[in-house]
Design a protein around this ligand. Structure first.
Ligand SMILES: Cc1cc2nc3c(=O)[nH]c(=O)nc-3n(C[C@H](O)[C@H](O)[C@H](O)COP(=O)(O)O)c2cc1C
Length: 162
């Protein structure tokens, strides 16, 4: 039987709750990705454009370091990655995550939670980062999943290895 892992980054717990629900529905393993330097509430204040998250998000193609405890993906067939949307795209550490995971040969699906943004720009961000790394992956169409009901609609449409 195929094995699935759900990796997620969540600054304030919303994505974490959805990631836990997805992992439960799939019988998948779960791993929380953390920033090497955690974000404070000041760092996350998007009303002040000089704060960390906002500055990082506006630096095109930049990377943010993650804590060095990523699982080995060798045993997994399917990889689900969840994140919030910051300034229309995934937090920059998601690019670092894609760089550092060996996604070659995996079936990959991404999801986000957001305050209203849809997934289109995030999908382009993810596709570009996968291409930069030269990975051959089966990439699903990502989606914003702000509720378990959305997950229930989304999951059956994913192309996962069985
Ligand atoms: C720095 C920052 C920027 C954000 N930018 C957006 C945005 O562009 N569009 C949007 O819909 N929500 C935006 N949000 C809201 C988050 O996407 C939303 O609250 C998300 O569910 C948080 O997930 P988390 O609790 O797992 O961190 C932003 C939040 C932060 C902290």
């Amino acid at each position: 039987m195929a094995k699935t892992i759900v990796l997620y980054y969540s600054a304030t717990g919303t994505t974490k709750a959805i990631a836990e629900y997805i992992a439960q529905q799939l019988g998948a393993d779960l791993h929380a990705v953390q920033a090497a330097q955690p974000y404070t509430s000041t760092d996350l204040n998007w009303h002040d454009t000089s704060t960390r998250a906002t500055v990082e998000q506006h630096q095109h193609n930049s990377r943010v370091a993650i804590k060095d405890d990523l699982p080995d993906l060798a045993d997994y067939d399917n990889v689900v990655i969840g994140h919030p949307i910051w300034w229309g795209i995934p937090p920059r550490l998601v690019a670092t995550l894609i760089d550092q995971l060996d996604l070659n040969g995996k079936h990959v699906a991404l999801f986000a939670t957001s305050g209203g943004s849809t997934y289109e720009r995030s999908q382009s961000f993810v596709e570009r980062t996968i291409k930069e790394n030269g990975y051959e992956v089966t990439l699903n169409e990502g989606a914003v999943l702000n509720s378990p009901a959305r997950v229930d609609q989304w999951l059956p449409r994913q192309n996962f290895k069985k």
